[in-house]
Design a protein. Structure first.
Lengths: 116, 136, 664
């Protein structure tokens, strides 16, 4: 029993070491080892997209609440203006960012999508 | 947009103050809890306390008629104190001589008279101590 | 065999340390392959823990009593299901289960989010590694499940009251909850470490938090039900420290679930949310510590426990490091938006948070007070159930009311006129219900009456929301009313799932109020042939029987139950005497009335040799609503959790716009 257990344990340890070393074994000499993080432009775009989606969702919720009668006509009129302006400014900011750095072609030759 | 002072801080401050007030009111009215002591510390105490100790036999009497009688000693230590206890009310299943139990009550004429139904047995290998007494 | 288990745990410890150190280095230095390697280490740690768990499980199933743990918690005669449950039934084993679930969740959370939240994931790995190091260190060096001994002929057996189906499910669910809260915590810390202080970490962990919270809630209800039917003292919650250990993190998590919505919608409360998730995680560590270290009895038993001091040290370290990180990032956490009005949905959520937190902290105070007073004054002062009941009412009742108000108030600022219009009908319903109940005699308990009234208010608001929503969807073009109802829910899963959960809480409140504020109790010593009255019921003690089963002797008193002149059948109550474990357990008799949800609860307290039995009988109105509430609760959570195809498509489209893989 003990021998089998020790063999199994040794196999387990070896398997784990292999799994941990896998990235280094698969790419012994990579062209770039730097972390695949978002660069400044991507990060900004993501933030702007999130902010646009958030404003759109808030607008949608306001419309729905108004339709169900939770929010009165007066309240709706007061609140809808600022929200629409928020959405508009978010869309504008996105366009500005897009014109500064087109998303689908990075210009540096890196593949646009499918990074892991 | 003009920067208005946010009511959030005021709201939070007032709420915390309100909660503290409720808390202080309660503890001043209800007076906190009962001290939990060992049988060797019982001598001379007159108020209601929670007594925690080991059951010493013989166990006689009927908890539902006249009272269950047994004695209680310290859980650890070498104290020789054996406090006679008279208990009425529900008795937890795990109760027997040698068990660690806890009950509320006061010392009267040398006997610890327990509040009915206040006995709890503490069993180390279980999830929660078994108890009897008031409903939740 | 135990050597394999021990070795596997050492491997887990090694892998966790690697995940911590290499992961932190990779994140700090920006090294891709090292980061991947650390991620793999986390996944491998799960598998080696799985191997160790397999070893223990096989030892349990083989009844291998050379394992100290197997000998201490099972016996040869124990039914297989309960033998398996011994895996999580004892002290040392639950830490192994913690570790297993922790590494599993860590591996899963990292894999699911590695695409779109990659700047967070690099830091999530070392945080998970750190927690895994702690738990694997405990199971390797301090409290190993694989201690061996010369095998005795038979094991000590499982405590009889733990041999119950509810006890099979209760601990795993609680552990899913405790460990599940590690995920949002790890992401929050990762957000602080990486400087990504926006809402990304919340959205990544939204479903994890909901699953953990639901598991914790259901686990507690199962525990309460177990206490009710198995321990059988007539109640379901005793404010015991072990029970509070699970309630406190659940309350903190409830507060967190609500304030998260505010941050998602308005970007507010960023610091608050980080603090809340830290509190929830620390409380779940504290809860595990409370149940496993024996500190509840007294400080002295705590210092004798082997794992107690380690847990406290780890909790202190976690709190210190988290607070330090938070302080460092404080300037970046300033929200762009402010609270505009004390009468708004944000404000209602804030009040909800304050009340939940207040309740959580008063319970925490009640739990640690005996320990603190013993450390300070040398004398442990125990706060009784009246302390907890008082604060449950003071904070719980306003919370109940808020549940009805919050969802219907507008964001940012609600005008008084709109409030009057919105709440006109629910208030009327509540007042009418209150008056009717008062006339029916519910005035005997003021808190009970208030609970019922508030519950009616909230129920009315929920019905109103569903009705108005369905009507709006029908106006938008749905073909049929059921179709409108279905599309309403499927387009707003989180919102309407939340309403269903609120409905469950309403049922819970009604059940608790009914069974504790309006119950009846009677006691009598009966000889065979005698009877007693309890409320509207009459119980006739007919006979006492004794029978032998697999591992116990069952003694049962048979009673005839009738109400007025209607015969309601028989009820059995008595005791079981377990041969191997040398213990006696209470077996209560419960008759549940299907129409009214009322329970007739009979305890055979004392069985005299001459056949006389001392009975203690309760009538508990509406108590079964509590268990039904559990089912509604699961339904609501399931609705809120259900994957939303529309939302998925939106996320994929957004990711494509940026040029990022959208794996979630």
């Amino acid at each position: 029993m003990t021998e089998a257990a020790l063999i199994f344990a040794a196999l387990l340890a070896i398997a784990c070491v292999v799994v941990v070393a896998l990235p280094f074994l698969k790419e012994p000499e990579p062209e770039s080892d730097s972390l695949d993080e978002f660069d400044e432009g991507e990060r900004r775009r993501l933030e702007l997209l999130e902010s646009r989606d958030r404003s759109l969702a808030a607008l949608k919720e306001l419309e729905f609440d108004h339709r169900t009668g939770t929010i009165s006509d007066d309240d709706y009129r007061t609140l809808v203006g600022p929200l629409r302006r928020e959405v508009a400014s978010a869309l504008q900011a996105l366009e500005r960012a897009a014109s500064v750095q087109p998303p689908s072609d990075d210009g540096e030759g890196r593949p646009p999508a499918g990074r892991s | 947009m003009a920067r208005k002072a946010s009511p959030a801080r005021l709201v939070i401050a007032l709420s915390v103050a309100a909660l503290l007030a409720v808390f202080l009111l309660y503890t001043s009215i209800a007076g906190g809890g009962n001290p939990s002591i060992a049988p060797s510390e019982l001598a001379g105490r007159t108020g209601t306390v929670q007594l925690a100790g080991l059951v010493v036999g013989p166990v006689t009497g009927d908890a539902h008629a006249g009272g269950l009688r047994f004695r209680l000693r310290d859980i650890g230590g070498e104290s020789a104190t054996r406090i006679p206890v008279r208990y009425t009310g529900s008795v937890p299943d795990l109760f027997k001589a040698g068990r660690h139990i806890v009950l509320d009550g006061r010392l009267r004429n040398g006997t610890f008279v327990a509040e009915p139904g206040s006995m709890i047995t503490k069993c180390p290998s279980k999830y929660a101590p078994k108890r009897s007494g008031d409903s939740a | 065999m135990p050597e394999l288990g021990r070795a596997a745990l050492v491997v887990t410890l090694g892998l966790s340390t690697y995940a911590l150190v290499a992961g932190a280095a990779a994140a700090y230095l920006g090294r891709r392959r090292l980061a991947l390697s650390a991620q793999n280490a986390l996944v491998a740690a799960f598998f080696s823990t799985l191997v160790a768990s397999g070893v223990l499980l096989s030892a349990l199933l083989r009844h291998d009593f050379s394992f100290t743990y197997v000998a201490r918690t099972t016996s040869a005669a124990l039914p297989t299901g309960y033998t398996i449950s011994a895996f999580w039934g004892g002290q040392k084993r639950t830490l192994l289960l913690w570790l297993l679930v922790l590494t599993g969740f860590g591996a899963l959370a990292v894999r699911l989010n590695r695409g779109w939240a990659r700047d967070l994931i690099v830091w999530v790995v070392p945080v998970f590694g750190a927690v895994a190091v702690f738990f694997s260190f405990l199971v390797v060096a301090v409290a190993s499940p694989f201690a061996v001994q010369p095998a005795p002929a038979d094991g000590a057996g499982m405590t009889p009251s733990l041999q119950n189906p509810y006890m099979l499910a209760h601990p795993p669910l609680l552990y899913l909850g405790y460990v599940g809260l590690t995920v949002p915590f790890a992401f929050a810390i990762a957000a602080l470490l990486s400087g990504r202080t926006d809402e990304r970490w919340l959205i990544a962990t939204r479903r994890w938090t909901l699953v953990a919270w639901t598991a914790l809630g259901i686990g507690q209800l199962l525990g309460a039900h177990w206490a009710y039917v198995e321990v059988g003292w007539g109640g379901y919650y005793a404010w015991d420290p072990v029970e509070n250990a699970a309630l406190m993190p659940w309350l903190a998590a409830t507060a967190f679930l609500h304030s998260v919505m505010i941050q998602e919608k308005r970007g507010m409360l960023r610091v608050w949310n980080v603090l809340l998730v830290m509190l929830a995680f620390s409380l779940s560590l504290f809860g595990t510590f409370l149940t496993r270290s024996g500190v509840v009895n007294s400080i002295h038993s705590f210092t004798q426990s082997s794992i107690g001091p380690w847990f406290l040290a780890f909790i202190a370290l976690t709190v210190a490091v988290s607070l330090a990180l938070l302080f460092r990032r404080l300037p970046q956490l300033r929200s762009p938006t402010r609270l505009e009005s004390p009468v708004s949905r944000e404000a209602a959520f804030l009040y909800n948070n304050l009340l939940l937190l207040a309740l959580c902290l008063t319970i925490l105070w009640g739990v640690v007070y005996p320990l603190l007073s013993e450390a300070v004054r040398g004398e442990a002062v125990v706060l009784g159930r009246s302390y907890f009941d008082f604060f449950l009412r003071v904070f719980g009742l306003p919370l109940l009311l808020l549940m009805g108000i919050g969802p219907l108030i507008a964001w940012r600022k609600a005008s008084l006129r709109s409030l009057v219009t919105t709440f006109r009908w629910p208030t009327a319903v509540a007042l009418a219900t209150g008056v009717v109940l008062l006339l029916l005699g519910a005035g005997s308990s003021v808190p009970g009456l208030v609970t019922y009234t508030f519950a009616a208010f909230v129920a009315a608001t929920i019905v109103m929301e569903f009705a108005r929503g369905t009507r709006a969807r029908k106006a938008l073009g749905a073909a049929t009313w059921p179709g409108a109802f279905h599309s309403l829910i499927s387009r707003n899963r989180r919102r309407y799932g939340g309403y269903v959960v609120h409905a469950a809480i309403v049922l819970l409140a009604i059940g608790i109020a009914g069974s504790s504020a309006f119950d009846t109790v009677a006691e009598a010593k009966l000889r065979p042939g005698e009877s007693m009255d309890v409320g509207k019921y009459t119980l006739a003690y007919r006979s006492l029987d004794e029978r032998q089963v697999e591992n116990a002797t069952e003694i049962r008193a048979t009673l005839g139950v009738s109400r007025g002149d209607r015969d309601l059948g028989t009820l059995e109550a008595g005791k079981n005497a377990y041969t191997i474990e040398q213990q006696v357990s209470n077996e209560v008799g419960i008759r549940s009335d299907r129409l009214t949800g009322e329970d007739l609860f009979v305890i055979a307290e004392q069985i005299d040799p001459d056949g006389a039995v001392y009975f203690r009988v309760f009538v508990k109105p509406l108590v079964n609503l509590i268990w039904i509430a559990g089912l509604v609760f699961v339904l609501g959570s399931a609705i809120a959790l259900w994957p939303d195809a529309r939302e998925q498509r939106r996320l994929v489209a957004r990711a494509r716009e940026v040029g990022v893989p959208a794996t979630r």
